[in-house]
Write a protein that binds this ligand. Structure first.
Ligand SMILES: [Cu+2]
Length: 346
């Protein structure tokens, strides 16, 4: 079964590599993990082997019966075809108790086996071990925010290796879904509810995080990384993340963590084009959708963050989410300090 699996894996990999060769002509190919495969990705958490084992088992059973049925159908079609001079089908038995018991008992054993492994695996994935390290996850269009026990906040998930980690997840706008293929864990992240997910990473390295619930135009950009560190590196990283920063640094950090970059650029380029560039925004004379004009000042930026629907910039859809309740007054002041540094030199 393993050799069949790895044979199909190599075929799929070949197709993928060809596709990649073509796509490498296009610039902007995202950073890809080392070992490329479209078969099961590398296993980097304790939950991975049991998931793969069951997947491969079900795949093997399907493959076996698929081949058996196709071969027998083809053979019988040929063997019992209509022959010249033969008008009626010869009489054949309508029952065969031995055969019927056989084809009932074998599938029953198979599905009970699959149920047993599926159910125990599900329970293992659903039961969060006590004393897990708890990290809060906030999903929003179109980024992830991770909050650690010491208050540090990041847009990528840092975790220590060989440690049970519990993610307590919620969303602020629409349904998203948190997925780490290398850990074989995935769970919906729903506004107004908390869902938890746990894993125990057992390899150092960087692993992809995807959103797997279509959540709007930039959904496919809603990716991040799990960075698995040794526990010493993890502690150092957290302390570093929590170190006091100047207002401008803190503002720049918030800009990144809060996912402002999904809709705004800071260099004057168009980017995704969902929101206006914020280069030179402070003091800029802004035309609004209702035909009036305003000069951007601190109060306007504060209002844009808390009540984005109050004034809409001309030529843009009212797509900005409210950060009311997510940014403190200090945070807003820091973001303003950061935006002030984005001079366009005019
Ligand atoms: Cu999403």
């Amino acid at each position: 079964m393993n050799s069949i699996a790895s044979f199909s894996a190599s075929l799929v990999d070949l197709a993928f590599l060809l596709g990649r060769a073509v796509s490498s002509v296009v610039s902007d190919v995202p950073e890809l993990p080392e070992r490329l495969t479209t078969w099961l990705p590398q296993q980097a958490a304790d939950s991975a082997p049991m998931v793969d084992w069951l997947f491969n088992f079900i795949f093997g059973v399907c493959l076996f019966f698929f081949v058996l049925i196709v071969v027998l159908t083809t053979y019988f079609t040929f063997r019992y075809r209509e022959r010249p001079g033969q008008r009626e089908a010869p009489e054949s038995p309508s029952h065969n108790v031995k055969l019927e018991v056989f084809w009932t008992v074998i599938p029953t054993i198979l599905v009970m086996f699959i149920f047993y492994w599926g159910f125990t695996g599900y329970m293992t994935l659903e039961t969060v071990p006590k004393n897990s390290l708890e990290v809060r996850v906030d999903a929003q269009k179109w980024s992830w925010t991770f909050t650690y026990p010491n208050g540090a906040v990041t847009d990528q998930l840092y975790v220590p290796v060989d440690t049970n980690v519990k993610l307590l997840m919620t969303a602020s706008d629409v349904i998203h879904s948190f997925f780490v293929p290398a850990f074989r864990v995935k769970k919906d992240v729903v506004p107004g509810r908390y869902h938890s997910l746990w894993f125990r990473a057992n390899k150092l390295g960087d692993f992809r995080v995807y959103c797997t619930e279509y959540c709007g135009t930039q959904h496919s950009d809603m990716t991040s990384w799990v960075r698995v560190l040794s526990s010493a590196d993890y502690e150092a990283k957290l302390a570093d993340l929590n170190a006091p920063a100047s207002p401008v640094e803190a503002g720049a950090r918030l800009f990144k963590i809060m996912g402002c970059g999904a809709c705004h650029t800071t260099d004057g380029s168009k980017g995704t084009g969902i929101g206006p560039t914020l280069l030179g925004v402070m003091g800029h004379e802004q035309a609004l959708a209702d035909g009036t004009k305003i000069t951007v000042d601190e109060a306007y930026i504060r209002e844009s963050l808390l009540y984005p629907m109050a004034k809409i910039v001309q030529g843009y859809a009212p797509a900005m989410p409210s950060f009311d309740g997510k940014l403190s007054d200090d945070d807003i002041a820091n973001i303003i300090a950061f935006l002030k540094t984005l001079e366009d030199g005019k």
